[in-house]
Design a binder for this molecule. Structure first.
Ligand code: FAD
Length: 407
């Protein structure tokens, strides 16, 4: 993600925050607990931040936690991947890490990373993130984009592409994949609302759709292949985002916060954290509702009411009185990132498929950054490399003659 933004010349659009993780304390409404990460090499920076925090973990818990994490730190990613057999709760129990650490730290981490709770999420996911935090000096540092992603991030990508002769169309859906006799892609049939469908022909075809949509659109002949059958083990998880505009300032904390409430996951006051919404007098909270399984089918007003009830515990001096809501907006994503339950890692496909002119991209495909923006961006680079290998992988003479595939 950082590399992409540097290539586009838009790194200055990232608003870096102080290196700290901040948690609400449900038992002490309105009081925050901080893990301030000092600017010293990893893993000492994270270790010092844990040792210095005395609100959430007792010394006994810290020691048990450190011992429990040792195999992941010492044996590395191979060990971490072997934990995909367990849910995070099961793994914590096996390591003798007590329930208190789970409620204090891991419920918040699990909801923030995957939108599900530790009794559902694969231990591998949390351990992968923790290992990265322990290995990279700035691995847990948070930045906000300075405005809405379509304008501030996606448009520069489109401009970059168009300036180099590419073209981008939005609002066009893939309707069908039609095949040649040998099972390769003959063409895509695409369509736009209110317009007749049309055929799209290319040398290489890439699906960057979410795995749920791809599964619906797979041609029948491909469904017999083990490669595509494995996709049945992947499914998007529901999540809800809610934005609430208030008539006054609720907080001046310039950071993402872990709510540690049953309904909510992370949240931020965008009037403080993000230039586009900057307002010295009025807050705009943006919150993630997770796990959202139970809420995704409910009305916006139900979701808003439940959110306000939990916000009353986070801001007891201002909610429900005297702060007033000016407006709110609920965004439901019934199928977002793949649901990272135990065993899903082996279902994630590589970017090259058994079909010679068909490739996959998306954060659900195999890459080390899990279901995230980083994962989506890196998968795109891996797809480009796979296409290059498939089309330009011959001798230097061939390379000279080869034309770049159109995709
Ligand atoms: C509320 C929320 C908060 C998040 N916060 C973070 C965060 O802070 N950091 C982070 O790294 N990640 C975050 N994520 C996760 C991140 O958004 C995803 O990992 C990322 O968007 C995945 O990218 P993708 O390209 O794989 O899939 P998507 O972004 O889902 O893209 C799939 C695309 O396929 C398109 N599509 C669907 N059907 C068709 C069709 N028939 N034809 C053509 N196109 C189609 C869709 O319109 C969509 O644009 C968050 C996600 C949510 C929902």
């Amino acid at each position: 993600m950082l590399q992409l933004m540097a290539e586009l010349g838009i790194s200055d659009r990232l608003q870096w925050k102080q290196h700290t993780l901040i948690f609400n304390q449900p038992e002490k409404p309105g009081v925050l607990s901080r893990f301030d990460v000092p600017d010293i090499p990893a893993p000492f920076n994270v270790i010092v931040s844990i040792l210095r925090n005395n609100d959430m973990l007792t010394w006994q818990q810290k020691i048990r936690f450190a011992i429990g994490l040792l195999p992941a730190v010492v044996r590395g990613q191979r060990y971490v991947e072997s934990t995909d057999r367990y849910t995070l709760s099961e793994w914590l129990r096996l390591q003798g890490i007590d329930e208190g650490v789970n409620t204090d730290i891991f419920i918040a981490a699990s909801k923030a990373l995957t939108f599900i709770n530790p009794d559902e999420v694969s231990a591998m996911i949390t351990l992968t993130a923790l290992n990265r935090f322990l290995q990279e000096r700035y691995g847990s540092k948070i930045a906000f984009l300075d405005g809405a992603p379509p304008q501030r991030l996606c448009q520069p990508i489109v401009d970059h592409f168009v300036q180099r002769g590419g073209s981008v169309e939005t609002g066009v859906s893939l309707r069908r994949i039609e095949l040649n006799a040998d099972g390769t892609v003959k063409h895509f049939v695409v369509g736009k609302k209110g317009e007749p469908d049309r055929v799209l022909e290319a040398d290489a075809y890439v699906s960057a759709m979410s795995v749920d949509i791809l599964k619906l659109l797979l041609p029948d002949r491909w469904r017999e292949l083990e490669f595509f059958q494995k996709l049945e083990g992947l499914e998007g998880v529901p999540v809800i985002n809610i934005q609430i505009w208030f008539d006054r300032k609720l907080t001046n904390v310039d950071q993402l916060l872990f709510s540690r409430s049953p309904l909510l996951s992370v949240y931020a006051d965008m009037s403080v954290t993000c230039k586009e919404y900057a307002d010295p007098d009025k807050s705009m909270l943006e919150l993630v509702v997770a796990p959202a399984q139970e809420w995704i089918g409910r009305s916006d007003s139900d979701i808003f009411a439940a959110t306000m009830a939990e916000l009353a515990r986070l801001f007891p001096d201002q909610i429900p009185e005297p702060a007033r809501v000016r407006k709110y907006h609920v965004v439901k994503t019934p199928r977002s990132v793949y649901k990272a339950v135990p065993g899903t890692q082996s279902h994630r496909p590589p970017q090259a498929t058994p079909i010679s002119n068909f490739f996959l991209s998306g954060s659900y495909t195999l890459q080390p950054y899990l279901g995230s923006m980083e994962g989506a961006v890196l998968s795109g680079k891996l797809t480009a490399a796979a296409i290059e290998r498939a089309f330009l992988s011959h001798s230097p003479q061939d390379l000279g003659q080869a034309t770049a595939p159109q995709a």
